[in-house]
Design a protein around this ligand. Structure first.
Ligand SMILES: [Cu+2]
Length: 487
C-alpha cells in the first residue's frame, strides 16, 4: 500500500509528466557546476536590518532592492536579486505594539512588490501584485505589528514574476516578538536561529537557472543562502525557526541520531499546545519553530537535518549540527512528552490559549486545479483577474472555506495561502487536523484530492487581499483570487 509520502512523490512526478513533455523534465543536470561536499561550508546568518531612525512608537528602515553578485558556490559568482545586497534578505526584528515602517527603493530594472507573509496589515501595505514599486522609485510599507509573536517572512509578490523573483533571492525573515514570548525561558540570542531553506538549480557558470515548474531539476539545497551547511552547536537547547522559502519543494524535516523536535510555533505564532515531533511537514511558505535538545546526544555527534520526502537523494541532507563538548557530563535522557520537555526548560504553564470559538456566518468552496491544455492553474475554473473579487466578506465575519485539491487525477499538490488572516484548519477529508498543524496557520497543504476546511475571522483591515496557491510557479500562473473585506 502506498503511504502518503509515496503518493506525494508519485503525484508530483506524475503531475509534472502530465503537464510537461518528457524532454522538459530531462533538462539535464549536465551543466551542473562542481558542488561543495555536503556540510563543508559553515551556516551563515543574514544580518539584522538596523533602523535608520526610531521614535517612541516606530522603527524606520530603508531597503534597496537590487541585482547583486554573491559567491554561493566556491569559485563562482551568482547574480541575485537582493534586499540591501543580502542573500537571503536581512532579518527584520519587530516588537508587538511598535510599528515598523520600511521604505523600499527599487533599483532593479523591473517592478517589485513586497509582501509580509502572515501579517495582518492594511491593504495599502500588503504588497498586492498589482500595486508595484516601479523601477527607480520608492514606496513605504507600514506594518502595525498588532498580532502575536511569530516567525513571518517577507518576499516579492510582483504579478506573474513573484515566482522567479523570489527564486532569485527576494525573501527574508521577519521575526515578531511579544511580551508573552519574551517571558518564556526559551533559547534566545545566538541560540535562536532562523533557517531559511529552499532548493535551487545552478548552471555551470554559477548562474541561478530558473525554468518554470522545473522542481525536479533543482538539486541544490540552500540554508540561509549556503549549500547544505554545517553549524557548530553547544550541548544545550536551541530554538530553530524553520522557514520553507522554496518555490515548489515540500519538506518533511527529520533529525538523525534519534533526536526530535519540540514544536512550539506554527505559521502565525506559538501553538496552543506544544508537541513532540519526529517529523515536521513544511510546504512552500510554511513555518515551524522548534526546540532541539543537543544534550541528548554524545559530545562530538553529528546530527543531520534531513528531508525525508526528498524526490532526489541529493536533496535529502539539508544541514548538519556538529555537537561540541561541554554541557552536562552524561547524556540527558530525552523527554518523552512535550510537558516533560517544557518542564526541563522551566516552563510549567504554557501561556497560549486555544483559538476562540466563533460561529461561522458563511461557507465557501474553492477548487484548485491545473489546466493541462494551457499549463495554467485555476481556482474554481478561473485564472486570476485583478478586476474580479472572488469573495466579498463582511468585516468581523467568521467564515468556513472548503479548499478542494481538484488535481487528484493529475497528482499535483497545492498549498492555499490567505493574506491578512491566520486561520484554523478544522478538518482534512473529514478527519480533524492534528492540533500542531491546525492553528495558527496562514497556509494549508493539500495533497492531490484532499478536501480541507479552514475557518477564519476577518476582523483586521478592510480592503482587497489575494489568496493563492503558495507553490509559486502555480500562483504566478494564475492560481490566485482575491477577497474584499467590507464594512
Ligand atoms: Cu498549487
Amino acid at each position: 500500500m502506498l503511504n502518503r509520502r509515496d503518493v506525494l512523490k508519485l503525484g508530483s512526478a506524475a503531475g509534472a509528466a502530465m503537464l510537461f513533455p518528457a524532454g522538459r523534465l530531462a533538462s539535464a543536470l549536465s551543466d551542473d557546476p562542481p558542488m561543495p561536499a555536503p556540510f563543508s561550508m559553515p551556516l551563515s546568518l543574514p544580518p539584522d536590518l538596523m533602523p535608520v531612525h526610531r521614535t517612541s512608537t516606530t522603527d524606520f528602515y530603508e531597503v534597496e532592492i537590487s541585482e547583486t553578485e554573491h559567491e554561493i558556490l566556491p569559485g563562482t559568482r551568482t547574480r541575485l536579486l537582493t534586499y540591501n545586497g543580502s542573500f537571503p534578505g536581512p532579518t527584520i526584528r519587530a516588537t508587538r505594539g511598535r510599528e515598523t515602517v520600511i521604505r523600499h527603493t527599487n533599483r532593479m530594472g523591473k517592478p517589485a512588490t513586497v509582501h509580509l507573509h502572515g501579517a495582518n496589515v492594511p491593504a495599502s501595505s500588503d504588497g498586492h501584485p498589482l500595486d508595484p514599486i516601479a523601477p527607480g522609485t520608492s514606496r513605504v510599507y507600514r506594518y502595525p505589528n498588532h498580532q502575536a509573536a511569530a516567525t513571518l517572512w517577507y518576499h516579492d509578490h510582483t504579478h506573474h514574476a513573484e515566482s522567479e523573483q523570489v527564486y532569485r533571492g527576494l525573501a527574508g525573515a521577519y521575526l515578531l516578538s511579544d511580551p508573552v514570548g519574551r517571558r518564556l525561558p526559551l533559547p534566545s540570542g545566538r541560540y535562536d536561529i532562523p533557517l531559511l531553506i529552499r532548493d535551487a538549480k545552478f548552471g555551470g557558470d554559477g548562474r541561478l537557472v530558473y525554468r518554470y515548474d522545473d522542481y525536479l531539476n533543482r538539486p541544490t539545497i540552500l540554508v540561509n543562502g549556503r549549500p547544505q551547511p554545517y553549524l557548530d552547536v553547544e550541548r544545550r537547547v536551541y530554538r530553530l525557526r524553520l522557514v520553507n522559502c522554496s518555490n515548489l519543494e515540500p519538506f518533511r524535516f527529520t533529525l538523525t541520531e534519534g533526536a526530535s523536535f519540540l514544536q512550539i510555533a506554527s505559521d502565525g505564532g506559538f501553538l496552543p499546545v506544544p508537541a513532540m515531533r519526529r517529523e515536521i511537514d513544511l510546504w512552500p511558505s510554511e513555518r515551524a519553530e522548534v526546540v532541539v535538545d543537543f544534550r541528548s546526544v554524545r559530545p562530538g555527534s553529528q546530527v543531520v537535518l534531513e528531508n525525508s520526502i526528498a524526490a532526489d537523494d541529493l536533496k535529502r541532507p539539508i544541514m548538519q549540527f556538529r555537537v561540541g563538548g561541554g554541557g552536562p557530563s552524561g547524556i540527558v535522557a530525552r523527554a518523552s512528552s512535550a510537558e516533560g520537555f517544557l518542564r526541563g526548560l522551566g516552563i510549567r504553564d504554557w501561556p497560549i490559549e486555544a483559538p476562540p470559538r466563533r460561529t461561522p456566518s458563511k461557507h465557501r468552496r474553492f477548487v484548485l486545479s491545473a489546466d493541462p491544455n494551457t499549463h495554467e492553474f485555476h481556482i474554481n475554473g478561473r485564472g486570476f483577474d485583478p478586476e474580479r473579487v472572488d469573495a466579498t466578506i463582511e468585516h468581523g465575519a467568521t467564515e468556513i472555506w472548503e479548499i478542494v485539491n481538484g488535481d487528484g487525477a493529475l497528482g499535483i499538490p497545492h498549498a492555499m495561502h490567505l493574506h491578512l488572516v491566520q486561520f484554523q484548519i478544522l478538518d482534512r477529508n473529514g478527519h480533524p487536523e492534528p492540533s500542531y498543524d491546525a492553528y495558527p496557520k496562514d497556509t494549508v497543504r493539500t495533497n492531490p484530492g484532499d478536501v480541507v476546511r479552514i475557518q477564519a475571522t476577518f476582523d483586521g483591515y478592510t480592503g482587497r487581499y489575494p489568496f493563492h496557491c503558495h507553490f509559486m510557479d502555480h500562483s504566478s500562473h494564475s492560481m490566485m483570487g482575491q477577497f474584499e473585506v467590507v464594512r
